[in-house]
Write a protein that binds this ligand. Structure first.
Ligand code: GLY
Length: 305
């Protein structure tokens, strides 16, 4: 059964785009890339792509990754600048290099080689205003620019802006692919990397299932959330139960668990999602739905369709 799932209400546009590919016999790899590009190309989004909030120095640094569950191939880019579609660059890393992860300047150089480099990047007016406002507030505090306190004041304020587009799809050939893309933690330190480009944390896929996470990267990465979900699927649970079990596991640990949400999908095309927040909304489409749907899961509960 073909199916596709993506994080947040903005995932609806992503799912619509990916579904067009899946329903015409296209691959899960193409569907996930297209879905994520759709959100990266929306400059009104402040947590994905070049419309996102910048880092502390006023530059947008993006993270993205893609993983093909049938081959275990994966590609990832982190802290990359001047790229509109980091998910496509991640796919280039996967398909055209012997590596899995390329960061910073090296990733920007690859973007030039693959024609994905954008010469001029202007912050969106609202993102620039917000960055300048926070910079002014931090500067007016009794400490010197460049001191660790100044940095920490800027960084603390961005903690809750991290709505990654995460997407998982399964195609007619039962290939499962997971991907994600984000501008990350708003006003982060230069070079900060979140969970999204880390295989096993922000995303994971194998022949049993796939998962993609969103939320506070610092928390998602210490728990390897996506790998955890897929482990439960691999051990026989359907995607919804695997998601529920993962959240129960996190709640039991009880440390570094705020702002963690994720979507999951299994080899039978069944959906799951989980959150440590009060609730979490996401979008999904499959052969059994007549149109893409927005769905919601409550904290610690199993998804009810
Ligand atoms: N989950 C996205 C990030 O923290 O960068």
């Amino acid at each position: 059964m073909k199916a596709i799932i993506a994080t947040w209400p903005f995932g609806l546009k992503a799912v619509e785009s990916g579904w067009r590919i899946l329903k015409n016999g296209g691959s899960a790899l193409d569907a996930v890339e297209a879905s994520i590009r759709e959100i990266e190309n929306d400059f009104s989004n402040r947590s994905v792509g070049l419309g996102g909030y910048p880092n502390i120095a006023g530059f947008i640094e993006l993270d993205a990754a893609i993983m093909d569950g049938s081959t275990f191939r994966a590609g990832s880019v982190a802290a990359v600048r001047n790229v509109q579609n980091p998910i496509s660059l991640a796919r280039k890393v996967m398909e055209n290099t012997p590596h899995v992860m390329i960061v910073g300047e090296g990733a920007t150089k690859l973007a030039k080689i693959f024609g994905l480099y954008v010469e001029k990047v202007d912050l969106q007016p609202e993102a620039r205003m917000e960055w300048e406002r926070r910079l002014k507030a931090a500067l007016s505090a009794p400490q010197q620019e460049g001191s660790i306190n100044f940095w920490m004041k800027m960084v603390a304020e961005g903690r809750y802006n991290h709505d990654t587009i995460g997407c998982v799809a399964i195609d007619d050939n039962k290939n499962i692919v997971a991907g994600c893309s984000t501008s990350g933690y708003a006003f982060k330190l230069v070079g900060r990397v979140g969970d999204s480009p880390i295989i096993g944390s922000g995303l994971y896929a194998n022949s049993f299932g796939g998962a993609a996470a969103t939320g506070l990267g610092e928390n998602i990465m210490v728990h390897n959330v996506s790998r955890k979900v897929v482990d439960f699927i691999e051990h026989g649970l359907p995607a919804d139960e695997a998601a529920e079990k993962t959240v129960q596991y996190l709640l039991k640990i009880g440390k570094r668990i705020d702002h963690i949400s994720f979507v999951s999908l299994d080899k039978d095309g069944l959906f799951g999602a989980g959150t440590t927040e009060e609730s979490f909304e996401f979008a999904a489409m499959s052969d059994v739905f007549s149109e893409p749907r927005l769905l919601k899961v409550e904290k610690g509960a199993r998804l009810r369709l």
